[in-house]
Design a protein. Sequence first.
Length: 228
Amino acid sequence: MLELLKPGERTRSRWTADTGPFILTAVLGSAMTLSVIQSIVRSHWTNFGLPVLVTIAMGGLLVGAIFGRFRWLPGWLAHLLATVLGGCLGDSGDDFQRDKLNEARTRWDGKDVSSYTYILELQCYCAPATQLAPVLVTVQNGSPVSLQYWDEDPSKRKPAPAEIFGPYDTVEELFEFVDETIGKDPQVLQVGYDQDYGFPNVVNVDFKDGGSEQMLFFVTQFKPTTGS
């Protein structure tokens, strides 16, 4: 026997059928996206860029869910539009990098340190590998005074070439390098900052993905000293 539904009941049934999958997809997609991001945080895979990742991922999910309701829209086009428009919903990478740079500079300026030492490890195609050993950088009253290849025994330390390590021989120059690199719109730019002093302690930059313009440096064993 055929059971007749009242108009209100028919409407609710149709609404549930149309909207239920949409809500379920959004909830499951959000949970998956957030779990991946949280895994990245907990594994310390990176210490920057996550706010941008969250915004872009959630923006893409929202736009993709909306476009998914358009049955006339091809699937490949819906994915493409979700990726592009989702990224547009977030802040630009340059703005985020500059905000982090300004925060780090403020932290550094607040420490009022003008004399210090640190070890610089540089990896690039700018010199033979034999010349890229760790270097002890010494700064007094804001000016670099020596570049020496690091050795536990001070008597064995030899001068390091300024033409290779000179652009990175003060904290101020490290900040300038990051600032200028942001303006060049590199293919890859990853920057980490010291939590206590704010100076850049790791920078990975690649102007052409996989090309010879890739450069990576680390700053370790930073120690404030007394200027002479």
